[in-house]
Design a protein around this ligand. Structure first.
Ligand code: ADP
Ligand code: MG
Length: 238
């Protein structure tokens, strides 16, 4: 569970083509990072995988099934945003419970899942606070907790740490990497930060103006960049 295959996927907004035909196989359980400069189409492609944007052409398969026209809630994926997207008037507990209540789980099941997520993410002490009473890092943990309880087949992260200060960012990187190790669930992680990409990824896809220039492990990209753009972006001496 958790493979995602893109076949000749494109996206245009009106007449503007922002994603050129992209083919990509994301393997079950891998941590893949989409990296590239601002405006190159990373978020758009992630949102297409999530089903939040439709595809102009091409197909998206999830676990081998065509999901191109499947609504977001039925894709079995969970997205974590830079802006956290928490409900300000609800407590942490209720923010996490919200998708579970919508899915009509029993109160007992909901409590169990929240307790589990709280343990993984150290949320216990602030379950009854509201988002406004939390730090940025705590809010991002809640947003991740809300994703975890849904037991998605893949997590989709869009620059989840860019609102955090530098030292917290380093901690949260480690936490997300640890989470990936313990859950062994596919993670697709968008960032414009090369260091984040190099330190977190099993594989990196380097984006440039609507195409993927190269996909490979951090070492492959560093040692054998296919062109000047990849070399320049990843920082190898070629
Ligand atoms: P990135 O996440 O890599 O910074 P985006 O995927 O957000 O880039 O954007 C890629 C391109 O698509 C940009 O030129 C952006 O202006 C354009 N774009 C994104 N969303 C829309 C939209 N809803 N309508 C029109 N253009 C959009
Ligand atoms: Mg973006």
């Amino acid at each position: 569970m958790g493979s995602i295959t893109l076949k000749q996927v494109t996206k245009s907004f009106g007449k503007v083509n922002v994603i050129k035909p992209i083919d990509l196989e994301i393997k079950d359980g891998e941590f893949i990072v989409f990296v590239g400069p601002s405006g190159c189409g990373k978020s758009t492609l992630l949102r297409m995988i999530a089903g939040l944007e439709d595809t102009t052409s091409g197909t998206i398969e999830i676990d081998g099934q065509d999901a191109t026209d499947t609504p977001p809630a039925k894709r079995g994926l969970a997205m974590v945003f830079q802006s956290y997207a928490l409900y300000p008037h609800m407590t942490v507990r209720n923010n996490i419970a919200f998708p579970l209540k919508q899915a009509k789980l029993s109160p007992e099941e909901i409590d169990k899942k929240i307790a589990n997520a709280a343990k993984i993410l150290n949320l216990d002490t602030y379950l009854d606070r509201k988002p406004g009473q939390l730090s940025g890092g705590q809010r991002q943990r809640v947003a991740i907790g809300r994703a975890i309880v849904r037991q998605p087949s893949a997590f989709l992260f869009d620059e989840p740490l860019s609102n955090l200060d530098a030292s917290l960012r380093v901690n949260m990187r480690l936490e997300i990497s640890e989470l990936h190790k313990s859950l062994a669930t596919t993670m697709v992680y968008v960032t414009h930060d090369q260091v984040e990409a190099m330190t977190m990824a099993d594989r990196i896809a380097v984006f440039n103006a609507g195409i993927i220039e190269q996909v490979g492990t951090p070492l492959e990209l560093y040692n054998k960049p296919v062109n000047q753009f990849v070399a320049g972006f990843i920082g190898s001496p070629k």
